[in-house]
Design a protein. Structure first.
Length: 454
């Protein structure tokens, strides 16, 4: 048995190609299936089966289209209310994939109908746990609905115990989530690989002997998750259409200028340093990188037309990332010189500083705006800072204090997005592009939860 990992760092997830040297099973494929197909070609194997551990909440699956393209059996829980043909599987059922035996194990918790798969080649085992048992953690249990969270958390506690009991201790563990995905219930271990034995020794879901304590602790530590999750499960149950990864023809200057004037969403993909110094007035900064699609899908209104502005490479990569979360067919203006793209459009800029710049320039009447999540702010914050989490900013624009706004986050990335949104709304902004951990050492007064409770 060979397991090939297809990493999607942009969403913190992994898909898997599992084969016996001849035929292959694909588990939890992302919507851009060309990566899986390339891995199968490189391995010289034929895809005969595709399996889903659950109806995903954080991305659109490529499973249906992959199965159709290869004439493969599509293994989906018989209890999932899907609207397409599949090979229904149930708890305890086994399926042969060449020399491999694939056993479905019901592991409710992340969802009610979650399955894990234990793959055995007669000499070794591999456990594909989806959003059940992760490296050092488990999948979050609050995505189905608030009324289901308590019961699903108890289910998660029982499920991971059942799963490790079904597998041998030496079995390699291959979760889908836990590599930065908001589907994880807490910080994962950061490990790149693990076994059932290692998780038995270190995973809090397996080492905590008190189920009620585990449940209370997990629920208490659940944090905000992206709003676009609300659209993923519905689309996955219906069966997503094939991904369209084509780069559209570049908009001309007149059309780009019109979109800016009309207040449409024009998204600049350049680095936040370049954006701060020179950009099209009315555009917003979503620097292309591993966090791009998560924050864009979380923050901007769902379903509105987007125009991506940037290099062809960045636009091409952004289109791929966005298709994974169901943002379809964005338009594009290809180029990195704002003036050349729209010579008659107004240009803008704003200051970008470190913590020394805050010390030198913050004036009475100015406000430091912390756009981190509420749990981050509660743990430690700049004294006197106002917390407006980035994912709530567009809804809370009217409540942001008047005057000059000095905007910060943990690393500068989210603050860059927030500064651009605030400037688009007509506010006077300064982007604090610095690590929050450096604020105290730089001389910025910082309050912490411990100090506040003393």
């Amino acid at each position: 048995m060979d397991v090939i990992v297809i990493e999607t760092t942009q969403l913190g997830d992994r898909s898997y190609l599992v084969h016996d040297g001849s035929v292959a099973l694909v588990i939890d494929p992302q919507r851009d299936t060309d990566r899986v197909e390339a891995a199968a070609r490189d391995a010289g194997v034929r895809i005969t089966h595709v399996a889903e551990t659950h109806i995903h909440n954080d991305y659109l699956t490529g499973g249906l289209e992959l199965a159709r393209a290869h004439g493969a059996s599509y293994l989906v829980n018989a209890a999932d209310p899907v609207k397409f043909e599949r090979q229904p599987v149930t708890d305890g059922q086994t399926v042969r994939v060449g020399a491999l035996t694939v056993k479905a194990v019901a592991t409710p918790g992340h969802t009610h109908t979650h399955l894990s798969f234990i793959v055995d080649d007669g000499g070794q085992q591999a456990v594909f746990s989806g959003g059940s048992l992760l490296y050092g953690s488990v999948g979050r249990t609050d995505l189905v609905g608030a009324g289901d969270t308590l019961g699903l958390t108890h289910d998660q506690y029982a499920s991971v115990r059942r799963l490790v009991g079904e597998a041998v201790p030496e079995a390699a563990l291959f979760p889908t989530h836990g590599f930065g995905s908001f589907c994880s219930s807490g910080p994962a271990s950061g490990a790149g690989s693990s076994t059932i034995a290692e998780q038995l020794a270190s995973n809090h879901a397996l080492t905590d002997p008190d189920e009620d304590h585990f449940v209370q602790e997990l629920i208490a530590n659940l944090t905000a998750y992206p709003s676009y999750y609300a659209h993923m499960g519905v689309t996955n149950a219906a069966g997503p259409a094939p991904a369209d990864l084509a780069v559209p023809e570049s908009l001309d200057a007149a059309e780009l200028t019109r979109r800016l004037a009309d207040g449409e969403w024009v998204v600049d993909l350049r680095r936040r340093v370049a954006f701060a110094s020179n950009h099209l007035l009315g555009s917003v900064s979503f620097e292309y990188g591993t966090s791009f699609s998560t924050y864009l899908g979380w923050i901007l209104p769902w379903g509105e037309q987007l125009t991506l502005v940037g290099s062809r490479t960045d636009v091409e990569d952004a289109i791929r990332d966005l298709c994974r979360i169901g943002i379809e067919s964005p338009d594009a203006a290809l180029g990195t010189d704002p003036h050349a793209l729209a010579p008659r459009a107004a240009l803008a800029s704003y200051p970008r500083v470190g913590w020394d710049g805050v010390l030198a320039g913050l004036a009475p009447g100015d406000t430091v705006v912390d756009v981190r999540r509420a749990d981050e702010y509660a743990a430690s914050r700049v004294a006197g800072a106002v917390n407006v989490p980035l994912h709530e900013l567009l809804r809370q624009l009217e409540s942001v204090p008047a005057g000059k706004l000095w905007v910060h986050c943990t690393s500068g990335y989210r603050a860059g997005i927030a500064a651009s949104l605030l400037q688009r709304a007509g506010r006077d902004v300064v982007h604090i592009d610095a690590n929050f951990a450096d604020a105290g050492p730089a001389g910025i007064p910082v309050d912490s939860a411990r100090a506040s409770s003393a």
